[in-house]
Design a protein around this ligand. Structure first.
Ligand SMILES: C[S@@+](CC[C@H](N)C(=O)[O-])C[C@H]1O[C@@H](n2cnc3c(N)ncnc32)[C@H](O)[C@@H]1O
Length: 353
């Protein structure tokens, strides 16, 4: 698909001013940027991230196992939170680490840096990455920017800004690549429990709420035994070259059932690679691996698709940051299935907010 075709498909699937009505009715405008930054001021959200061993240990190994890259270098930590990654970088021998965060967690980060005797190396800077200045360009950018479904509330646009403004030519990014995947799952029991509930609530028909609920992807841990298709890559993000415009995109997919079963939902998850140094570190948020705080993102279909082993659902996933609140994501999935027993095609729209 060339860029023009992609842009047309994106506009067809996610028209600029054509959010599904249910979204507008269903969501109060709670998710402002202020709300987002305030949420990071409290230590609780950082505790959840720090306790995510897959996440934090991967960053630690990526930095410490590549200590020669960091030795005597200037490093920028985009969205430093408690300062954990900055301290890893200092331990790896960095000469100067600029730890930037716009939330009040910087007060804790400063104290943590001081208590750990790193204040000669780590400078904590309070402010929006897009609004601050640094005393020098840096050799390395480290950042934990990923959100649910990789891009939800993600700070990738901030990392892109920091890369283009502050990274020296040839500088390194940790991580430097992420991939987003999609697969199908059998999930009839839970889907019925969660959505069919609205048909009859103490004898009251509330079924229109089911349609609203189906537009909200569910962030949850998927039982790997429920995965019924192979997984396919939706897209690769090369963090050293990605542009902000690339975050609105369409990706075709084709998932093949590996057993005869019903498919109730499509599930997305991502992996993250640190291969800028000599020692590559990788982690995944796949259902088959130890779970992370990102879990997986489940897009329930409005019908269940009975698939024989080897049959395929093909489709296109389109996404773009919401016009109303760029930290929200509008997502559309267009799918079609022509099986031995049935056929299905539809375009479903979702919003992660
Ligand atoms: C996912 S947390 C990661 C915290 C820490 N690096 C860690 O790994 O535990 C992201 C942090 O980025 C900060 N942040 C988000 N957008 C930012 C921006 N534009 N400028 C500065 N900080 C930002 C948030 O306040 C939050 O503390």
């Amino acid at each position: 698909m060339d860029r023009l075709e992609q842009a047309k498909l994106l506009e067809d699937m996610l028209p600029e001013n054509g959010h599904p009505k249910v979204h507008e009715d269903a969501h109060m405008d709670m998710s402002s940027a202020d709300y987002y930054f305030n949420s990071y001021a409290h230590f609780g959200i950082h505790e959840e991230m720090l306790r995510d061993e897959i996440r934090t240990e991967s960053y630690m190994r990526a930095i410490l196992d590549n200590a020669p890259c960091f030795s005597a270098k200037a490093v920028l930590d985009v969205g430093c939170g408690t300062g954990i990654l900055s301290i890893f970088a200092a331990r790896a021998g960095a000469r100067a680490v600029y730890a930037v965060d716009c939330s009040k967690i910087v007060d804790q980060a400063r104290e943590i840096v001081r208590k750990n005797g790193m204040e000669n190396v780590v400078t904590v800077i309070e402010g929006k990455m897009e609004e601050i200045e640094l005393p020098e360009k840096v050799d390395i950018i480290i950042s934990e920017w990923m959100g649910y479904f990789l891009f939800y509330e993600s700070m990738l646009d901030t990392v892109i800004y920091a890369r283009d403004k502050f990274l020296k030519p040839g500088g390194l990014l940790f991580p430097n690549e992420t991939k987003l995947y999609i697969c199908g799952i059998e999930d009839g029991k839970y889907k019925s429990y969660k959505y069919d509930f609205w048909h009859d609530v103490y004898g009251v028909d509330m079924s229109h709420i089911k349609n609203i609920a189906l537009t909200e992807p569910l962030v949850d841990i998927v039982n790997p035994e429920q995965v019924s298709t192979d997984r396919v890559e939706l897209l690769t993000v090369d963090i050293s070259t990605v542009k902000k415009e690339d975050l609105a995109c369409v990706s075709p997919f084709r998932v093949k059932s590996w057993r005869t079963d019903s498919c109730h939902a499509l599930v997305c998850y991502f992996d993250v690679t640190f291969s800028a140094g000599d020692n590559t570190v990788y982690f995944t948020t796949a259902p088959q691996s130890k779970s992370t705080h990102w879990k997986q993102t489940v897009f329930y279909l409005d019908e269940s698709i009975y698939m024989e082993a080897g049959e395929e659902i093909s489709g296109v996933l389109a996404m773009r940051p919401s016009k109303k609140n760029p930290r929200d994501l509008d997502i559309a999935i267009q799918y079609s299935f022509d099986g031995k027993h049935s056929a299905a095609r539809n375009t479903l729209r979702y919003r992660l907010s």
